[in-house]
Ligand binder design. Structure first.
Ligand SMILES: Nc1ncnc2c1ncn2[C@@H]1O[C@H](COP(=O)(O)OP(=O)(O)OP(=O)(O)O)[C@@H](O)[C@H]1O
Ligand SMILES: [Mn+2]
Length: 527
């Protein structure tokens, strides 16, 4: 009996020691290593992309800093908070030299001071013949939109913890609108569309530039479709409506993916009478306003095939939902060029582009400047993943800032044709990825993270979109489609790896561009 007890005690001690040695101790050691790995006290050795191209700097230069700001805290067990606190989302770029910033403070202030003085002259002249509500405009050098402009650098439009971004979203939601006008591209068009072509030249959509009382400017796209309406099957992507909620959701998705290539976008209820009709100096814009039989104030786009009143948008009776996208710095101070997407679609009923019929299309592209070196092709592939997730087939061009030359990031502007069909995944949008079989390592690890249940893409997007005043921005089926599509992206990558090997497919954020940065003229010649 006594011997039995001794035997039992000895057995338990042995089991406990084995457990301690083989399981608990290694676990503790791993935890210890883990906290050292991501500490802010020295160079990081995260097993992530290692080589660092120009648009993704070398990791040994990057340091982990604890998350900052309301967007990144995790006091309530939020998945988004945990995502943004993850080491992958806290790798800081090295200190930026003046050449790596888009704008210099003095240059920007001077530019806007001049613009302000011109505005005073203009409004004084304009009041004489039309009754426009004149609002006070004040130039605030500390305004969030100026801080956003000043934060743009060669890596992204804003940094993760930049407090100017949430501030800018808040300002765009609540500030008084002091003027409204057509956007530049719409003015260039002067309401004319060539209807012999299926594709309009540009910008026949209802979109306006709104200016706030602190001189902030935003592009307004009104609501044209209910959240739960799906694009009918027989509608071509190029005649599909633009969706204000797609613009908003795309900004959030781009931030969740950590690209930061979409300017900040927020939803807002706009008073079409008080904040557009009564503050515009543009006679053409005033002329497209009318009152509907239901006594709602409406306006329509001045273009041949959407100028009819049945295509108008109406307030209820004055309030209308829309997206507001923060303007980028003007082209005269921060020039950008627009480059045709190599995977452009034909924009006709019958046409086929080469990429649709030639499975080796990418081999040709890889040899062509500027896709033959640097990050450009990988950035196009990032963009195709982004567009596939939203279902946007309308990426005919992309824009880059000329200042950063070939190594600059690609702007993801105009996302309004995404989120049209939740029940369909348009695999052809992924053609750059599936045909080139290349992906940045940094993009892949983030996608893998977002596929895990603890960070599930639909969950972090649902949470992020709750911050918008027009919530809910996406219906549940659209949110769930994001998870399904993410799995499809990962499957395409897996297939590539199986065929070609990991080293060929997963690019360690790419080698440096071999050539010197090109001038704008050189770049234009290649278009
Ligand atoms: N946030 C922004 N700041 C500054 N310019 C912008 C911004 N968003 C868009 N633009 C400019 O306005 C142009 C038209 O915008 P957008 O593409 O969103 O409208 P669109 O009606 O779909 O035009 P298009 O038919 O040319 O695609 C863009 O190509 C871009 O140059
Ligand atoms: Mn467009």
């Amino acid at each position: 009996m006594w011997r039995d007890r001794l035997l039992l005690a000895a057995t338990f001690t042995a089991i406990f020691s084995a457990d301690l040695y083989f399981i608990l101790l290694p676990k503790l050691r791993r935890m210890g290593q883990g906290s050292r790995q991501f500490c802010s006290c020295g160079p990081s050795n995260i097993s992530l992309p290692g080589q660092g191209g120009l648009a993704t700097p070398h990791l040994s230069n990057w340091t982990y800093v604890p998350p900052l700001g309301a967007l990144t805290t995790d006091s309530t067990g939020s998945k988004l908070g945990r995502l943004f606190a993850h080491p992958l989302y806290n790798i800081q770029t090295p200190a930026l030299g003046p050449e790596e910033k888009l704008l210099l403070v003095e240059q920007l202030m001077e530019y806007y001071r001049k613009k302000m003085s011109r505005r005073v002259d203009h409004s004084a002249a304009a009041v004489s013949n039309i009754s426009v509500t004149e609002h006070e405009v004040t130039f605030d050098p500390d305004a969030s939109w100026l801080k956003f402009h000043l934060g743009i650098n060669r890596y992204a439009l804003y940094s993760r913890d930049d407090p100017a971004v949430p501030q800018l979203l808040e300002d765009m939601q609540g500030m008084a609108v002091v003027s409204a006008d057509y956007t530049q591209d719409e003015k260039a068009l002067k309401g004319v569309c060539d209807c012999t072509q299926v594709v309009k030249p540009s910008g026949h959509h209802l979109k306006l530039a709104l200016k706030m009382h602190n001189f902030a400017k935003a592009m307004f796209k009104p609501m044209r479709q209910q959240r739960d309406e799906e694009t009918p099957e027989d509608v071509f992507y190029f005649v599909d409506l633009q969706r204000h909620n797609a613009e908003i959701a795309a900004f959030h998705l781009d931030r969740v993916l950590d690209f930061r290539r979409v300017p900040p976008v927020t939803g807002r209820l706009v008073n079409v009478t008080g904040e557009i009709l009564q503050v515009t100096h543009n006679e053409d814009l005033r002329a497209v306003f009318f009152t509907s039989p239901a006594n709602n104030t409406c306006f329509f786009a001045k273009c041949l095939y959407v100028c009819k009143t049945e295509y108008a948008v109406c307030g209820n009776p004055n309030l209308l939902e829309g997206s507001l996208s923060a303007y980028l710095p003007g082209l005269s101070i921060a020039p950008r060029i627009s480059i045709p997407n190599p995977w452009i679609r034909s924009y006709t009923f019958t046409g086929r582009e080469e990429w649709e019929v030639n499975p080796f299309y990418c081999d040709t592209i890889k040899k062509l400047y500027p896709y033959n070196s640097g990050n450009r092709l990988l950035n196009i592939i990032d963009m195709s993943i982004f567009d596939f997730l939203t279902g946007n087939m309308d990426r005919h061009h992309y824009e880059i800032f000329t200042k950063f030359g070939d190594e600059g990031f690609i702007l993801h502007l105009d996302n309004a044709r995404g989120f049209g069909k939740h029940s369909h995944d348009e695999m052809s949008i992924l053609a750059p990825l599936s045909q080139c079989c290349m992906i940045k390592s940094s993009t892949l690890v983030r996608l893998q993270l977002l596929a895990r249940p603890e960070f599930r893409l639909s969950d972090v997007m649902r949470e992020s979109l709750k911050e918008d005043p027009l919530r809910p921005i996406l219906t549940e089926p659209h949110l769930l489609a994001l998870d399904r599509r993410l799995q499809k992206v990962l499957r395409v990558v897996q297939r590539c790896i199986r065929r070609q090997g990991r080293d060929e497919v997963v690019t360690k954020d790419f080698a440096k561009s071999t050539g010197k940065p090109q001038t704008a003229t050189e770049m234009k010649q290649t278009r």
